[in-house]
Design a protein around this ligand. Structure first.
Ligand code: GLC
Length: 627
C-alpha cells in the first residue's frame, strides 16, 4: 500500500477509534481540512464481508486516481454548529431555539451495538412554535433545517450525506432507512447548495464515485460497471482484530440486499444531475473536470448507452428501478427513468471534456437525446385529441408508416381516463411498449420531463394545466400523488403481486409523497406557474410539522399519514426547504433545469425524414417535434 494512502487510512482509523463518544471539537479541527480518502485497491476481510455483505467482496476501481477533496469551497460557518454523536457517526446540528432532544437508546440486536437516536420532545417543540408565532413560516423552516442537519452522516470526520429517515420511534425497524440513499440525498444536497454549503455535496459526489465500481454480486452475477449504488452506510468496524481501535468503511448496496433485489437505475442519473447543479451553483467546475469524475460520467453513460436487443431509444429496465422500488408494473420503459435519462444525458453533454477520446461518446449522447425526445414527445403524450385518435386506431398494421406503430388495442383505454382527461392540457403516460400503454399519471416523470425540456413547451404547459384542473385528485390534502389512479382489486393483486404495502391509495400505489414538492416547484418556476407551487406549499405547510414530516400519506385525497410511513423522513424535510428557497429565489432553479435545444430537434427530424425516405426539411422538422 503506498505510504500516502496508508497515512490517510490511519487518520480515518484514529477518528473511528473515538467512537461512540466523539469529542466534538476535535473532529472538525483535525479533519475539516484533511481529505477523506480511501485506498485505490482493497479487499474487505472475509469476516467483515460475511457479517455485513455476505460473501461479497469489494474492490476499488482502477480508474480511481484521486479522491482528494482539497480546497473545498465551503461557505458554511462551522462555529455556529453544535455537534452530537448519533448512530456511531458525528451529526452536525444547529438547534432551533428551545427545541430540545430526548435521547432514546435502542438495542440493535443484529450487531450487538447500542444505537442511539433522538426524538423531538413534542411539548417543547410546540412551545417553540408558540414563541415563533409571529414568524410562523421561518419557525417551520428553522425546524426543518434543524432536522435536516440532524440527519447528516459523517465519514472520517466529514459530512457525506443524510440518512433516509431519523425516526426515533422505529429504532429497530429502520430496515435500510438509516442509510444514505442516492436519490433521497438529492433534495438535501440542493438545500445545502442553495444555502451556500457545498462541502457535503462535494464529499457525497466523490465518495459515491468511489463506490461506483465496487464489484458486488447477486448469486454469482455482478451488475455492469458504472452502476451507482442505491444507498450506502457508514459502518464502524474493528480494525484488524483490534478491539480498541475502529475504522470506518462505506458499505454500498447495489440492490443485492434490497427488498426485491431491485437495481437502482436512477442513482447514476441523479449523480450526474447533481454534479452539474453543484458546478453551476458553486462555480467549482474543477470538480467535474477531474479525470476520475470524467471517468465516472463515462462509465454511467456507457452503461446506459450500451447496445442491447431493444428497438426503442428509451432505456429498458426492470420493475422497481427508481423511486418506485417495488413491483408496481413499471418494468419496460417507465417514464420516470426516461425523464431522468434525458436529463442526465443533457447534463453530461455539458460536462464531458471534449477530446479525441470523448468525441464518439458525445456524438452518441446527442443522437440518443434526439431520438429520445422525439419518441417521448410523440408516443407518450396524451390529451383529448390523442385519446380520441387511439380510440379509433386500426390495429395489425404491417408497414413502415403505420399510424398505430405499437399495435395498441383501443380497448386498453381505461374507463377512468375517458372522463378524467381535461379538454385543455394532457400528460405523458407511464410506459409505452408493444401492445401496451400504461395510462397512469406518474408525477415525478412528468415533472422532470418539464424540468429537463424533454417535453415541448406546449406539453409542459399542458401538464401543469392538468395538475391545476385535477388538483383534488393529485394534490388535495398533501402534494403530491406519486401516481394516479391506484391499482385496485384484481389489478392490484396481479400487478403488485398482492403487495400489502402497496394497497390501493397507499405508498407507491397512489400514495401522496411530500418530497415531490421540490420537483413540482422547479417545474412551476420553469413554466412561470409559481402560483401553483405556492398553493401546494401552503397545503403542505399546514401539516408537515404536526405530522412529524412523514414519508408519505394514504387515501385518495392524502388525508392520513401513510400506514407504514416513516416519520422525520429526510427528503420530506429537504423537499420542503428546497421548495421554499426556490420560490424565494426562482432564478436559482436554473441550476437544475435545461432549456430547449433546437440543434437536437433538427437532428431528430432529419433522421426521421430520411427513414421515411423523404427530403429533409428543417422547418418541417421543427414543426414535427415542437408542436
Ligand atoms: C423507499 C422508497 C424509495 C426511497 C427509500 C428511502 O424504498 O420507495 O424511493 O429511496 O424508501 O427513502
Amino acid at each position: 500500500m503506498p505510504a500516502m494512502i496508508a497515512r490517510r487510512l490511519r487518520r480515518c482509523t484514529q477518528l473511528a477509534a473515538l467512537f461512540p463518544k466523539c469529542p466534538q471539537n476535535r473532529l472538525f479541527s483535525s479533519f475539516a481540512s484533511s481529505a477523506p480518502s480511501l485506498p485505490s485497491s482493497r479487499v474487505l476481510s472475509p469476516s467483515y464481508s460475511s457479517q455485513l455483505t455476505r460473501g461479497i467482496y469489494v474492490i476499488f476501481p482502477k480508474h480511481f486516481f484521486s479522491t482528494s477533496t482539497d480546497s473545498v469551497p465551503s461557505t458554511s460557518d462551522k462555529s455556529t454548529f453544535e455537534r452530537l454523536c448519533i448512530h456511531g457517526a458525528t451529526q452536525t446540528q444547529t438547534k432551533p431555539m428551545g427545541l430540545e432532544m430526548d435521547r432514546v437508546v435502542c438495542d440493535n440486536k443484529e450487531h450487538g451495538e447500542k444505537l442511539e437516536s433522538d426524538s423531538v420532545r413534542e411539548a417543547e417543540s410546540n412551545s417553540v412554535k408558540e414563541k415563533d408565532v409571529e414568524m410562523e413560516m421561518s419557525g417551520l423552516e428553522k425546524e426543518a433545517w434543524w432536522l435536516l442537519n440532524r440527519s447528516v452522516v459523517n465519514y472520517c470526520g466529514s459530512p457525506v450525506g443524510t440518512v433516509a429517515a431519523n425516526d426515533p420511534g422505529l429504532c429497530n425497524q429502520m430496515q435500510n432507512y438509516d442509510q444514505v440513499f442516492i436519490r433521497d440525498f438529492v433534495p438535501s444536497a440542493i438545500a445545502f447548495l442553495l444555502k451556500g454549503e457545498g462541502e457535503i455535496v462535494r464529499n457525497f459526489l466523490l465518495h459515491t464515485l468511489q463506490l461506483q465500481s465496487w464489484e458486488k454480486t447477486v448469486d454469482c452475477y455482478s451488475p455492469g460497471q458504472g452502476l451507482m449504488p442505491a444507498s450506502f452506510k457508514v459502518r464502524t468496524v474493528p480494525l484488524d482484530g483490534n478491539s480498541e481501535a475502529f475504522e470506518e468503511v462505506l458499505d454500498p448496496d447495489f440492490g443485492e440486499s434490497a427488498i426485491g433485489r431491485v437495481a437502482p437505475v436512477d442513482s447514476g442519473l441523479w449523480w450526474i444531475i447533481l454534479l452539474r447543479a453543484y458546478g453551476k451553483i458553486t462555480g467549482d467546475y474543477a470538480l467535474q473536470e477531474r479525470i476520475d469524475v470524467q471517468t465516472g460520467i463515462r462509465l454511467i453513460l456507457n452503461l446506459c448507452l450500451s447496445d442491447g436487443f431493444d428497438m426503442f431509444p428509451t432505456l429498458l429496465v426492470t420493475d422497481g428501478s427508481c423511486m418506485i422500488d417495488r413491483r408496481m408494473g413499471i418494468h419496460g420503459h417507465p417514464l420516470e427513468i426516461q425523464a431522468l435519462f434525458y436529463s442526465a444525458l443533457r447534463c453530461a453533454r455539458e460536462m464531458i471534456t471534449i477530446n479525441d477520446g470523448s468525441q464518439n461518446l458525445v456524438r452518441a449522447v446527442s443522437n440518443r437525446l434526439t431520438a429520445l425526445s422525439f419518441h417521448i414527445r410523440q408516443y407518450y403524450w396524451v390529451d383529448m385529441r390523442k385519446i380520441n385518435e387511439i380510440y379509433r386506431y386500426k390495429t395489425e398494421e404491417y408497414s413502415h408508416d403505420a399510424i398505430n406503430k405499437f399495435n395498441i388495442y383501443p380497448d386498453q383505454i381505461p374507463s377512468w381516463l375517458v372522463n378524467w382527461i381535461p379538454e385543455i392540457g394532457g400528460y405523458l403516460i407511464g410506459n409505452v411498449q408493444p401492445a401496451h400503454m400504461d395510462f397512469r399519471f406518474f408525477s415525478l416523470g412528468n415533472l422532470w420531463a418539464i424540468v429537463s425540456s424533454l417535453t415541448t413547451q406546449r406539453q409542459a404547459e399542458g401538464i401543469l394545466n392538468l395538475i391545476d384542473e385535477k388538483w383534488d385528485d393529485l394534490v388535495a390534502n398533501m402534494p403530491l400523488k406519486i401516481c394516479y389512479p391506484a391499482l385496485e382489486y384484481d389489478e392490484w393483486r396481479i400487478i403488485t403481486g398482492s403487495d400489502p404495502k402497496n394497497t390501493s391509495w397507499s405508498y407507491h400505489n397512489g400514495g401522496s409523497w411530500p418530497t415531490l414538492l421540490w420537483q413540482f416547484t422547479l417545474a412551476c418556476i420553469k413554466m412561470g406557474r409559481q402560483d401553483l407551487a405556492h398553493r401546494a406549499l401552503e397545503v403542505a405547510e399546514k401539516r408537515l410539522s404536526n405530522d412529524k414530516w412523514p414519508e408519505y400519506y394514504d387515501t385518495r385525497s392524502g388525508r392520513f399519514i401513510g400506514k407504514q410511513s416513516h416519520l422525520y423522513q429526510t427528503w420530506t424535510i429537504a423537499g420542503f426547504l428546497v421548495s421554499k428557497m426556490l420560490l424565494r429565489n426562482p432564478e436559482l432553479a436554473s441550476i437544475l433545469t435545461c432549456e430547449e435545444d433546437l440543434e437536437l430537434l433538427e437532428g431528430c427530424a432529419c433522421g426521421l425524414s430520411k427513414s421515411a425516405r423523404t427530403k429533409c426539411s428543417r422547418k418541417a422538422a421543427r414543426f414535427q417535434v415542437l408542436v
